[in-house]
Design a protein around this ligand. Structure first.
Ligand code: NCD
Length: 321
């Protein structure tokens, strides 16, 4: 593992397996009556969030707390400083207080890379603009592994607002590393420039793609980032690219439906699909996010991978020695 997690491209197949295996072990902590191990006692994690977030921030906070780290939540919304200045000043202030890891969410693509250049602490990118969201990709891969024996050869369609989606970028990188077959499905206006260089399939017709998929991952239509008229109407978008019950029925019986949240019900996903207990794994994704972030913080701050059979290590105790 590198010192930071800035991009899913930082992770080799070995790293990804290590995070996912460690997460599977640490998930057992969440099943206990007392959901805490002392592994990161005395370490401090700062959640530095310049953009709104529900699940990612809470998930990182719970992950750090379940490992007994001290957690500072810094929500920088409302600052009158320009983004670049406020990020650097805030980061240096936090650094001076001696934090071990900074989890950053920021509206500017590349913010996590900049931050990593300014501080000694480990930096985890929790979403930078439209660029990347690597821990979301890790929790998505973990969720896929719960349903399928191997990620290699898995057919995954990522559907919707790819242009604005950091989730799509990180998932494409991580899924390709693991040998999955990814197809992006979107109207041409919601695909990024030079998407053909990403090394994945591209399709415009969702109905043609659905019967061949193991996983269908829907993306939120990011209306807050859409500065131009990318779509005629939301209704038209839902008709062409929304996953409704009819389309769900066209998917193979074993195929699962994913969404990183927050969902626009009735737009990219119909309520009946979102709530389908058999097919939708949206709530599993949220639950798995905690274990995966625990694993990541542990591997960055704590030490080597936890072997399946071993109990979670205590503070200062190196595994395998
Ligand atoms: C995503 C994000 O913020 O990038 N959500 C998340 O982290 N679960 C996706 C989105 O906002 O649509």
């Amino acid at each position: 593992m590198n010192k930071h997690l800035l991009s899913a491209a930082d992770l080799s197949a070995f790293d990804i397996r290590r995070v996912l295996d460690t997460a599977r072990h640490l998930a057992k902590v969440t099943d206990r009556a007392i959901k805490k191990v002392p592994t990161l006692r005395g370490r401090t994690v700062c959640n530095l969030f310049f953009e709104d977030s529900t699940r990612t921030r809470i998930s990182f906070e719970l992950a750090a707390k379940r490992l007994s780290a001290d957690v500072i939540n810094f929500s920088a919304r409302g600052s009158s400083l320009s983004k670049g200045e406020s990020l650097k000043d805030t980061a240096l202030t936090i650094e001076a207080m001696g934090v071990d890891a900074i989890v950053l969410r920021h509206g500017a693509s590349g913010a996590a890379v900049r931050l990593a250049g300014w501080v000694q602490a480990h930096v985890v990118n929790a979403g930078d603009g439209t660029h990347e969201h690597p821990t979301q990709a890790l929790l998505d891969l973990y969720t896929m592994r719960q349903h399928f024996p191997s990620l290699a050869g898995l057919r995954v369609a990522i559907v919707g607002d790819v242009l604005h989606s950091r989730v799509a970028r990180s998932n494409v990188l991580a899924l390709k590393t693991m040998g999955a077959e990814v197809t992006l499905v979107a109207p041409p206006t919601l695909l990024p420039p030079r998407v053909e260089t990403w090394g994945v399939g591209i399709a415009y017709d969702l109905d043609a793609v659905l019967p061949k998929q193991d996983v269908v991952m829907l993306l939120r239509l990011q209306l807050e980032r859409q500065t131009a008229g990318y779509l005629p109407t939301l209704r038209e978008y839902a008709r062409l690219y929304g996953l409704d019950a009819r389309r769900l029925a066209a998917m193979p019986g074993h195929a699962i439906v994913m969404h990183p949240g927050p969902m626009n019900r009735g737009v990219e996903i119909a309520a009946e699909v979102a709530d389908s207990i058999q097919r939708s794994v949206v709530t599993s994704q949220v639950a798995n996010g905690i274990s995966v972030r625990m694993a990541l913080l542990y591997l960055l701050l704590g030490g080597p991978a936890v072997a399946e059979a071993e109990p979670a290590p205590a503070a200062g105790q190196a595994v395998g020695t």
